[in-house]
Structures are given as C-alpha cells and as structure tokens.
Design a protein around this ligand. Structure first.
Ligand code: GCB
Length: 590
C-alpha cells in the first residue's frame, strides 16, 4: 500500500488533532447509529494517541470493547473532480469507519494502515463527518491473540505478550486526493555491481489504463536514469548506495498518463543489497554487525501514539549510544518511524504483531496447554497471521532500512504443530518478498536442537536471558550455558542475531554485591553476555532488551512495567547505557 504524499497531482489534509470520543461498554453504538449524529456525551481525545492514559480514569485505562471517535472537516474546494481517499496509519486493533452515515471500510489488525476511496461520499468545499468505531479486543483469532474473561468486575482482556494493550488511533489520519487515474502501487528492487546500481520497478495503476514513465533523480534533483513502461529496469553509473548510517535515497518519479489525466507519485529508493552468506549477514556485500535494541512504541501518556518529538528524540538516543539498528518488536512501527530509518540509514528487523503465540509463557491458568490447536491458535488465526505478513510486506517492501522480516516473536516452536503452523507462513513471506531473509525470534524454551521452526528460517534469531530468567544471580554458570548454546546454534551454519538479552533494572538501585534489579547487575550481566558474543564468530548482532522501560499489563513480575530498558521510560540513561556507548562507539566490532 502506497504511503500518501503530496505531489504535483496529489494533496493531503491532516485530520490529526482533537476528536470527539466516547466508550461503548454496552456495545450499542452500531445499532443506535452513533455515526449518524454528533457523538452524544463525548469528551475530547487527541489523535494520534492511545486513549488509555489521557484521562485519569481506571475504567478507560483498562477498558475492553469498542470506543468511538468522530471529527468533522471540510473537503478542500480545489478537490472537485478528484478521487478522495481517507487513510488511517493504524487503528488498534480493529476498526469500522463511516463517512457521513455511509460505512466505508473495516480493518482488522492494530498496527498497519488501511484506506477507503470516499469520493462518492464527499463534496469538495463541503464539511464531512468521519466516525470510527475502534475495538481493542483480542481473541484467539486475532494477531496478537488473547481472550476476554468475564469477571465480577466486568470484562478483562487477557493476553500473553509482555506489553500493555494500548489502543486507539495511534497514527496519523489523512484525507488525500489523487486523479481518478492513479498510481496505485510500485515495487522496487535494487542491485549493486561495483559502481553500477540497478533499480527494477513495477508500477500498478488504478482507475484506467495508462502510459507509465519513470525518472530516477539523485538527492540533488539530477535525473540519472529514466524509463518507459510499467515494469522496467534502470541502470545507474557511479551509484551512491544506501548504507547503514547513511540513508542516501534517490527519487523515482513515476508518471502515469491516460486520457486527459495524469498522476505523479514519487517513490524514495535506497540502492543496497542484503544477503545471508554462510554465517555472515552482508549489506552491500560487506559483513554487517547489528548493534541496537528491541524497542517499543511506548511513551508516558501517549502510549503508542506517534509523536514527532518522542520519535526524533529516541533516534537521537540511539545515535548517542552508538546503535546502528533495531527490531520493531513486537509489531510494525509507524510509517513515520520507518521513513526516518530509511532517510538516516538505520537498519531494521521488521516484525509482524505475531507475539504471544506460546501458552508456555504469560498464560496464567492456560500455561503449558497446546498453543496450536483448533480451539486456540488454529487455521483462522493462521489466516490472520498470513494477512499480517502480506500487509506488512506490502507496506514496507520498498524500504531500504528493512533487511529482515521477523514473522513472529517467541512462538511455541518445539512441536510438530508449530512446524506445521509456520511452514506455510515462511512460504507466504518469501513469495511476497523474495529479496530479504525471513526469520523469527526464538524463545529460550526451544533451544538449539529442539526448535523445529528455526530450520525454516534464513538466519537464527534468539532471545536469551542467561543470568536473568535462567541462572539469576549466577553469572558464571550463565556464561558457560550461553557459550554452549551459541556453539550449538553456530553448527547450523547460519548467522546468529541475539534479538534479546538483558535484566530488569530499577534506575537508582545500587548494591556492592551482585544483586538482581540493580544497575550494577545489569552492567555485569550485559558485560558477561557480550564476552560470550565476542567468543562466537557466528554471532552477527546484539539487540539488548529493551531500549527503554515500558508499560505492561499488571503482574507480580513487573514493577510499573518492564524495567529492562537501557533508558528509563522518561529516557534517562541507566549505567548500562554508558557501557553500551563505550562498546558501540569504540572500534568496529568484528
Ligand atoms: C521476552 C519477550 C519480550 C519480553 C521479555 C521480558 O522474551 O520477547 O516481549 O518483554 O522477554 O522482559 O521478559
């Protein structure tokens, strides 16, 4: 799905700001046609943001069900005769949208965009009301999964992943116009051969047939190659590649012309290659070592709301600490984050929202029961998972920053059922994008030899908590076990990225003797872990868990959330951040 943009033929109007908002605990809004009139009893709610913490109200914080958002805007009068599209960056986890009293689109999946052609429901120059019912419920059929339990105090959402179920309109909402004949999609693939670069492109057009022409312009606006026809291949001499740390991008200016209409869409292109060769991970043919974090879209009050200040600040902290990469744990991040990564040379492991597919973890009373079964995670969930993979790749396929698709985090992976569940999903990912390696983050419960899903992957990605969940306080034993496990994985002959390691740490808690939760212990554990990585050639990456402390569901394992951050939730460095900075800004790692 194309990212909306302004171009010579396209305009955008942001619908971000204060919307009317109300909850619908009795689930009557649809029957009562709340979209057909101003929302009664509504309060103000900012968009984009999670709704959970904006109001100090425990019921809203833990609310389960549909909430309603409504805004009125005026369609620019210059849009007469144009195709008008309404687009949401995301709605967590499901949404139905009305324009006036016409239902225009429904979408399931909380972290990917969707849009509706609303041309026939709007009039240029006239006001229009947009109403959205957003459902934050997770079920056995959703990705991520969960279930709603009826308790004496009302419904409670249960889920198996370790981050708070923030919900709402988390990302920008825009109204845009294009000509009726329009560029509807483009796929680019890039190659490098010495100083020559190639850009393959395939353009799709909607609303009629068109002649397609493309021009590739460098960052100074000079045309360096051009072509005609919807699919084609461009050759660029003296190419300026996209590199980690230097997000050089060209503009592919696409022009579609048909009848008396013309559309222009500009696709950014970073020319780079990605390859797994033996135990190496190569970007532009050179070995790449991942330094960075698993992260979360998580901020005080904003929850998972996209916010430019927080986003740029987080990237500046990543830069300060010497990171070169991150994983979008455990769901696709906003397109604003991905644009920034492309433009500044961040290397990204792009993850679907398939987290919590493992009843051996965080499953309370269900613990240990079979995860993959028709009553729980069965074919319908698998179809939802497949859709998430397809939609993620459709959104991010042209992004140079994305070098790996991670199709799940810590699923059950040591059973025949798991292998059966995942085998077709790897195929889906590879069909949708034959150019990037595909993997998933393996859980400690399925070590080398026992994991039946990692053999399906192009690389080994493991989350390991030696010294924390395993051998807490016993760093010597932890080190031996970690060495042994890394050596076993190395025998697979694939690169290993340790996608999580770390320790919960309360900023400001100190001790002279090894003591869990202290800043010293986090430093000691991370030091021990790095020594193990440095002793294993197949390890090509280290992503500490987590970049910053983050909110979780309530539980006795968590102190106001997960505290494994290198930074606190308000982005102050813990001692470990300085350790990472010394390691990551020192001489390059092997
Ligand atoms: C994991 C999960 C991550 C958790 C983390 C932890 O393995 O992938 O979502 O937050 O462990 O801190 O327990």
């Amino acid at each position: 799905m194309l990212r909306p943009q302004e171009s010579p033929t396209r305009e955008l109007k942001s619908l971000d700001g204060i919307w009317s908002f109300r909850t619908d605990p009795d689930g009557v809004g649809r029957a009562e046609r709340w979209y057909a009139a101003p929302l009664a009893g509504a309060r103000d709610m900012p968009v984009p943001a999670s709704f959970n913490e904006v109001v100090p109200d425990a019921e809203l914080f833990d609310y389960v069900g549909e909430v309603w958002y409504q805004t009125t805007t005026r369609v620019p009068r210059g849009w007469r005769g144009q195709r008008v599209v309404l687009r949401f960056g995301s709605a967590t986890h499901a949404a139905t949208v009305w324009v006036g009293d016409a239902e225009v689109v429904s979408h399931v999946g909380g972290y990917l965009p969707f849009e509706a052609d609303v041309t026939e429901h709007v009039t240029a120059g006239e006001p229009v009301t947009v109403t959205v019912a957003v459902d934050n419920r997770l079920s056995w059929q959703t990705i991520p999964p969960g279930y709603v339990e009826e308790t004496d105090a009302g419904p409670r959402q249960r889920y198996f992943h370790d981050f708070f179920n923030y919900a709402g309109l988390h990302r920008p909402v825009v109204l845009g116009c294009t000509p009726h004949l329009h560029v509807s999609d483009v796929t680019v693939t890039t190659g490098l051969d010495g100083s020559t670069g190639t850009v393959g492109y395939d353009v799709a057009v909607g609303g009629g047939t068109a002649e397609v022409g493309v021009e590739l312009r460098d960052a100074d606006g000079r045309t360096v190659a051009s072509g005609a026809g919807a699919p084609g291949q461009l050759r660029i001499d003296d190419v300026h590649p996209w590199r980690p740390g230097e997000g050089y991008q060209y503009d592919l200016v696409i022009t579609a012309t048909g009848g008396d209409e013309q559309d222009v869409y500009v696709q950014k292109v970073g020319i780079r290659t990605v390859e797994v060769r033996g135990t190496q991970f190569l970007i532009n043919g050179e070995p790449f070592y991942f330094r960075g974090f698993g992260m979360h879209e998580d901020h005080l009050v904003l929850g998972k709301g996209q916010d430019a200040v927080s986003m740029v600040h987080d990237f500046e902290l990543l830069r300060w600490v010497g990171a070169n990469s991150f994983r979008t744990s455990h769901y696709p991040y906003s397109e604003e984050v991905m644009d920034h990564a492309d433009a500044h040379g961040w290397v990204v492991i792009d993850e679907t929202p398939a987290v919590g597919l493992n009843l051996a973890l965080n499953a309370g009373g269900l613990a240990g029961s079979g995860t993959f079964s028709e009553e729980r995670i069965g074919e319908e969930t698998q179809r939802a998972h497949e859709r998430e993979i397809r939609e993620l790749i459709a959104r991010d396929k042209n992004r140079p920053s994305v070098v790996v698709w991670s199709i799940a985090n810590e699923p059950e992976s040591d059973t025949v059922e798991a292998e059966r569940y995942f085998e077709p999903l790897f195929r889906v990912a590879r069909e949708a994008d034959p150019t990037r390696p595909v993997g998933f983050a393996n859980v400690m419960l399925a070590p080398a030899g026992a994991c039946r899903v990692t053999p399906l992957a192009d690389l080994v990605m493991i989350n390991r908590y030696y010294g924390w969940y395993a051998f807490p306080g016993e760093l010597e034993v932890a080190r031996r076990r970690l060495d042994e496990e890394l050596a076993r994985w190395a025998q697979d002959g694939k690169p290993i990225i340790v996608t999580e390691y770390g320790a919960d740490t309360l900023a400001g808690l100190h001790a002279l003797t090894p003591s869990l939760w202290t800043e010293e212990y986090q430093v000691d554990l991370v030091t021990m872990t790095h020594e193990a990585f440095d002793g294993c050639d197949a390890v090509v990456g280290e992503h500490l868990w987590n970049f910053a402390d983050f909110q979780t569901a309530a539980g006795f394992m968590r102190a106001d959330g997960n505290k494994k951050g290198a930074f606190t939730r308000d982005r102050r460095p813990k001692a470990v951040a300085h350790l990472l900075r010394r390691r990551w800004t020192g001489p390059p790692l092997a």
